[in-house]
Design a protein around this ligand. Structure first.
Ligand code: ATR
Length: 269
């Protein structure tokens, strides 16, 4: 069977093997997808050993996405823009890298029926997760995209990196945000267990939809905040996880799996 893997540290909680095995079953494809916990200082050697041993493709998760970007001899445009790689394969001895996170996010938003074109979009956070998805979000042609972060300088750096794509792109401090947004996407990594930073009132209206890029067994503090503020709908990032995996599967194997039944099974056991 064809071998695939996800590299991370820690990685024992990763749901990627279940997802990719479910995709393969849709067409009776024979593959094995495992978790590989690389040492924090041993990612390049682990990747080389995997592909030398016949591995066909790999996903990369925290904390190795930026390092994976640096290892690749060839990058897709979206991986180059993101400065991070979550999907690897080797062809003619050259390590290739792609980043499917942004496409996965956009696919899940579309699956919820949430169009971005012409909308006022707020992204909370300015770390690696945001850099990975900004290009695909901007390509959806929102009317305006505001990147808001505790450390404004990081938001400003992202705005410089991604400006010039025909969208009004602005950086903001969290406390300086104002006006109502149509769509709010959270990528503040304290989002799963920590407290939400305080945000001004009036960002959420009764037509606002809110999306957390992380997921957990229960609603995140961001989701609870958005719900309490009266959002029309609130979602976690499990769908993004499945969609980015489907994009990776397509890169490796040439067809895009059906994500809906896989997401439903993950959600309801
Ligand atoms: P990731 O890969 O998840 O994006 P990261 O690059 O470490 O991880 O980015 C973490 C993000 O969460 C940043 O936007 C960070 O804000 P700063 O740039 O100001 O550090 C944000 N963050 C983490 N904890 C936070 C908190 N308690 N309050 C506000 N923002 C927080």
């Amino acid at each position: 069977s064809d071998r695939y893997a996800v590299f991370g540290n820690p990685v024992s909680h990763s749901r990627s093997p279940d997802i990719h095995h479910a995709f393969a079953a849709q067409r009776g494809e024979d593959l094995v997808y495992e978790r590989i916990e690389a040492p924090v200082d041993g990612f390049p050697a682990a990747v080389t050993a995997f592909f030398d041993g016949g591995g066909r493709g790999a996903n990369v998760t925290v904390p190795f996405k930026e390092e994976a970007h640096g290892l690749c001899g060839a990058l897709t445009e979206r991986a180059r823009q993101a400065g991070a790689v979550n999907t690897l394969w080797r062809r003619d001895g050259v390590l290739h890298g792609d980043n499917t996170d942004g496409a996965g996010l956009v696919a899940d938003l579309r699956g919820q029926g949430w169009a971005l074109a012409g909308k006022r979009l707020l992204v909370l956070g300015a770390g690696g997760a945001v850099r990975g998805v900004l290009g695909p979000l901007l390509a959806q042609a929102p009317a305006e995209l505001v990147v808001a972060n505790r450390t404004v300088a990081r938001a400003e750096t992202l705005v410089e990196r991604f400006s010039g794509q025909g969208v009004a792109l602005h950086a903001s401090a969290l406390e300086a945000l104002n006006g109502r947004f149509d769509v709010i996407i959270n990528a503040i990594s304290a989002g799963l267990y920590g407290d939400m930073p305080a945000l001004p009132e009036g960002l959420v209206g009764d037509a606002t939809v809110a999306y957390d890029m992380v997921y957990g067994a229960r609603p995140t503090p961001f989701m609870e905040w958005a719900d309490a503020a009266g959002a029309a709908a609130v979602r976690d990032g499990l769908g993004m996880l499945v969609e980015q995996a489907a994009e990776a599967y397509q890169v490796w194997r040439g067809w895009r799996p059906d994500t809906a039944p896989v997401l439903a099974r993950l959600r309801h056991g």
